[in-house]
Design a protein around this ligand. Sequence first.
Ligand code: AAT
Length: 292
Amino acid sequence: KASKVQYYNNPMWPGEAHSLKVEKILYQGKSPYQEVLVFESSTYGKVLVLDGIVQLTDKDECAYQEMITHLPLCSISSPKKVLVIGGGDGGVLREISRHSSVESIDICEIDQLVIDVCKDFFPQLSVGFEDPRVQLHVGDAVEFLRNAPEGTYDAIIVDSSDPIGPAQELVEKPFFDTIARALRPGGVLCNQAESMWLHTHLIQDMLSICHETFKGSVHYAWTSVPTYPSGVIGFLLCAKEGPPVNFLTPINPIEKLEGATKAGREIRFYNSEMHRAAFVLPTFVKKELEAY
Ligand code: AAT
């Protein structure tokens, strides 16, 4: 059956494509939301692809999941209530569970098929669902946040796919308004924020929305993920008005968290130096973002 996916002409990065050699296709299916594919690659281990876009690989998932989680959670002291949007693979849950201060973790993922497929093919990520603090909500994040109680979460992590398809509304102002409403004063948001090489306008738009919405602080950070388009991915870190948050230096350093790096589940990418370095921007990016 013909796929609706055009692998070489994605409007998010027209004129370019990154390729990985496929050793074996392990799963191919279709949910009401997207096409789901898992394959064994020759150099990055297993790969999860949604609608033709690489979401994670065994080899470099640590960079993305660790940074999107510990950048916000190590910037506040003693996070207790955390919400994850998307993230059906469980990798962000696995990272949150390193924080023993956390008492409850809600996750809202739209696609049950992503959760099921990851349980079969990425057990080292879906292990995150086994944490008894996790409460799974299968549904659209827009709807979930509209109904979320006010002022509850210490941190919200938006681990969502690119804004074409089911994640379209997750980059729009009304969505950020509901996030701000759901955070406690001084609560923090970390949002997947695309590539500084490819998505200048999208990042500028998200930054200006966030400055309007979050009166605390707003920062752009980035890291290296070789299998994402252009090899980097950014994060928007925002704090709601309230007790001030200085994202640039971790006040809740991972190195001091007891049990955060138990034997057999070491952190592979994130540390306090990577945290500080993530906020250092190239000159062209500083220029592009300074007015927003
Ligand atoms: N941690 C792996 C990386 C991801 S997964 C993004 C998840 O967001 C997917 O499982 C997708 O089903 C889910 N999602 C998309 N839209 C919604 C929505 N409206 N509500 C809830 N969940 C949603 C992200 C990789 C980033 C890739 C960058 N190029």
